[in-house]
Design a protein around this ligand. Sequence first.
Ligand code: F6P
Length: 323
Amino acid sequence: MSVKRIGVLTSGGDAPGMNPCVRAVVRTALYHGLECYGIRRGWNGLISGDIVRLDEKSVSHIISRGGTILYTARSQEFMTEEGQRKAVSTCKFLGLDSIIAIGGDGTFRGAQALSKYGINVIGIPGTIDNDISCTNYCIGFDTAANTAIECIDKLRDTMQSHERCSVVEVMGRNAGYLAMYVGLAVGATAVLVPEEPIDFERDVIEKIRQARFNGFTHYMIVVAEGAGSAADIAAKIKDAIDLDPRVTVLGHIQRGGSPTGRDRVNATKMGYLAVELLLQGKTNRIVCTHDGNYTDVDISEGLAMKKGIQDMEVNVLAAMTGL
Ligand code: F6P
């Protein structure tokens, strides 16, 4: 199928950098003389026809804006065959031959379903969790990490003054990449992630005792939400040792904010590549990046891949917190 009219959407949890990515898709499409439409509210917009024509002007000055101008949603209806058929009807009605979907694994499964009806699809990884296995980097991670780091640095000031223990929960329902990265960046006393088995005595209490033995009087525990709630962990610390930890859940603040330079450039390259792939006749692909190179992988293969926390990060954390 030839490429003439591209639809672009954002789906799942938003991530800073989605806007620069939409901008790059639109600009690259226009550069090649293609038409571009924005589909609002994720796959729901394709079902209901909530679609807007995008031109140069409609994406100007969004490179620095967090969130997504296209809105986002997790569509239940699109999971059904009926929902998918409605979306295909919208594509046919509007002459959309290709869809570029920015989001996570769920978004790519949606794209894969649509491709079975003959629509060209390309997925772009956008999630602060950085948990898409086929790529080293997902749009939004750097901004979210820097937001969390800035917040925790502030927390440290007051924890240090009061000689307290702080338990900070960062996002990551199923993945600890953000928690591990942030924990290393703030010099955490302990980091808990869902990928690693947790021995509470060894991984938290012993670390605090060691730090105290070495003369430290405040302690920073970073936990990914998928590894347990900060409130529960604080209560367990209180039970085990003479500390009264303060709890901070950073929550959705991590998903907002102006994208960092890294996220803007990465998003721009990925958006550009998605359109180029379509023009090369490719479909059913996910854009990926590894060590500064940008490639693509078949959606099924990409979804089947597994990745975990790097051994290097685990080893560095052990050395930094082993004292
Ligand atoms: O975008 C992924 C994520 O940030 C997870 O880490 C988190 O659990 C989830 O989104 C929360 O999203 P929401 O509150 O929008 O459902």
